[in-house]
Design a protein around this ligand. Structure first.
Ligand SMILES: Nc1ncnc2c1ncn2[C@@H]1O[C@H](COP(=O)(O)OP(=O)(O)O)[C@@H](O)[C@H]1O
Ligand SMILES: Cc1ncc(C[n+]2csc(CCOP(=O)(O)OP(=O)(O)O)c2C)c(N)n1
Ligand SMILES: [Mg+2]
Ligand SMILES: [Mg+2]
Ligand SMILES: [Mg+2]
Length: 286
């Protein structure tokens, strides 16, 4: 059992929409939406060996700030709750979390401290976005182009030992400015690719009730020393680029780097060069 199938068992309690997006949204009734997201990370499952405390703090902040960026929102506050096996870890850890938050214009505004057998972190973030620019995983329409920012697979390559991409894996940068530009260019849907490109495509296709047809000739595959660039590109997690769909006519107004990898179709599913893409990515399992 993985976290996606476990989530299915509580959708009836929380709501379909509430369990199908990167952030929750609260309408402030003044033309703006308050978005929020929370994420939990653990020493053994989420922090690759050899990371500094600063990098662990940075990564913990980045995973949540990335979800806020994926709505086109400006992150404003971050709360950081830390369960510690050793109290001496707290200062360098929080220095990393503060540095990441400040790098995207947000403030660490509180949190919690507890003792725990394993370093366990929960980051909760809040952001603000104009209602007309708030992007969700829903909204992709047939005929839209499917686009990504960044190069999926670099974090996975680093996890497999490629030192050139160490920073991509350990101190990912939430794509706040790019998210805002994409939202203002009138993208129809957006999410971050934290769990890998293929599984994110399936998540967005399901939320929007559409399908995606990809053309591998357009893939910006990573330059890797070992392993399969295509495997890392489609199935590696931890990159925190953005996946978005946008009507072709809106693309000329978009002033940020992106790669067009396919088109939206009405038939549900995800295909590449005519073949179904495997539905897998980074997951927690029991
Ligand atoms: N325990 C939970 N209770 C309620 N909603 C949850 C829970 N776990 C996850 N969700 C919701 O499920 C959706 C998907 O979560 P997740 O896969 O963690 O997203 P992301 O990869 O963007 O962090 C989100 O809307 C999240 O708020
Ligand atoms: C062992 C390991 N593999 C991969 C990564 C890269 N990585 C960092 S966060 C993350 C995905 C989880 O991020 P997010 O979507 O914010 O959390 P979720 O709610 O899906 O658990 C990954 C794969 C990692 N840190 N450790
Ligand atoms: Mg996300
Ligand atoms: Mg999450
Ligand atoms: Mg995730």
């Amino acid at each position: 059992m993985d976290d996606r199938s476990l989530l299915d068992s509580i959708r009836h309690l929380i709501g379909e929409d509430e369990t199908a997006d990167d952030c929750a949204g609260f309408d402030l009734s003044d033309g703006r939406i308050l978005v929020s997201s929370t994420d939990m990370l653990h020493e053994t499952t989420d922090f690759p060996k050899g990371m500094t405390e600063f990098e662990k703090g940075w990564m913990s902040a980045a995973v949540t700030l990335s979800d806020i960026a994926s709505c086109g929102a400006q992150p404003i506050q971050l709360l950081v709750a830390v369960g510690l096996d050793d109290p001496a870890r707290l200062v360098p850890f929080m220095e990393g979390a503060v540095a990441c938050a400040e790098s995207v214009g947000a403030k660490v505004a509180g949190g919690d401290i507890d003792s725990h057998t394993e370093l366990t972190v929960v980051t909760t973030g809040f952001g603000i976005v104009e209602r007309s620019c708030c992007c969700r995983r829903t909204g992709a329409s047939p005929g839209d182009l499917v686009c990504i920012t960044g190069t999926p697979g670099l974090a996975m390559a680093a996890l497999e030992g490629d030192e050139r991409y160490r920073k991509n894996l350990l101190t990912p940068v939430p794509q706040v400015k790019a998210g805002q530009k994409i939202a203002r260019a009138k993208a129809s849907s957006m999410m971050d690719i934290s769990d890998g490109l293929a599984i994110s495509l399936y998540d967005m296709a399901q939320a929007s009730g559409v399908g995606f047809v990809l053309d591998s000739k357009n893939f910006n595959l990573p330059d890797v020393c070992s392993g399969s660039a295509r495997e890392y590109y489609l199935y590696g997690g931890g990159d925190f680029g953005l996946l978005f769909c946008i009507p072709p006519a809106c693309l000329s107004a978009l002033d940020t780097d992106y790669t067009v990898i396919g088109t939206v179709v009405s038939e549900k599913g995800v295909w590449c060069d005519g073949d179904p893409v495997e539905k897998r990515g980074y997951a927690h399992s029991w």
